[in-house]
Write a new protein. Structure first.
Length: 226
């Protein structure tokens, strides 16, 4: 099984933390974010990962090489910023399995086997997204679904503080998702693809999850995930 990790962003919100180190190589306890993610993927049966790299690619390649934790590593380097959709499209040239995982390179979580997504994936699905319950959805994009789990709407960040299911930025996608990609190189998978996919579903969870894209979240992760 294969996976794509989106890790080519500039990570400007993290300031000096990522001036010389890609966000995915930041240390959380005695390992890196990438180490965490590869362990999750390996436990889910993934044996090949494509790193959709960009910013500080050479640093990433030098640190990781072509294999880690028994997983074969490929690199889909973007020379210009492609967005999450464009980076996924660029990395899919290395992907031959279906379905395959896609995850953002700044996500950590506990006590949730990624294989749960595989067990809930059905052949008619174009994709299955991870939804994560939060008491304050205003900091995240919200996934709205019907009783059967089919996604019916994506809500942007809102000022109102209330609970909801955030986009966990971990996806299990069928190769059929490509038919909904726009005919351009630069686009967002969240804004330009997912809202147009009819057979898109979400698996809603209540798990310990965090993205480390901001300094305070990174420090929280180092205290609670390290």
């Amino acid at each position: 099984m294969q996976a794509i990790i989106l890790c080519g962003g500039l990570s400007t919100r993290l300031g000096n933390f990522t001036e010389n180190v890609p966000k995915i190589l930041l240390e959380i306890g005695d390992c890196t974010v990438l180490d965490y993610q590869l362990r999750l993927l390996r436990e889910a049966g993934v044996d090949e990962v494509v790193l959709a790299s960009g910013h500080l690619h050479d640093v990433l390649y030098s640190a990781v090489g072509e294999s880690s934790q028994g997983i074969r590593i490929h690199y889909a380097r973007e020379e210009t910023r492609l967005g999450t959709g464009g980076a996924t499209k660029n990395a899919m040239r290395y992907v031959s399995s279906s379905p395959f995982y896609v995850l953002n390179g700044d996500i950590l979580m506990k006590d949730f086997p990624l294989a749960n997504l595989s067990r809930n994936f059905r052949s008619e699905m174009d994709g299955l997204l991870l939804g994560v319950f939060t008491d304050n959805i205003s900091s995240y994009g919200e996934i709205v679904s019907d009783e059967g789990g089919r996604v019916i709407a994506f809500q942007e960040k809102q000022a109102t503080k209330r609970s909801g299911y955030a986009n966990g930025a971990i996806y299990l996608l069928s190769e059929s998702i490509k038919r909904y990609f726009p005919n351009r190189d630069v686009f967002s998978i969240e804004r330009d693809v997912f809202p147009h996919v009819p057979n898109l579903y979400v698996l809603n969870t209540k798990i310990d999850w965090i993205d480390i894209g901001e300094p305070e979240r990174l420090e929280y992760a180092r205290r609670h995930f390290g």
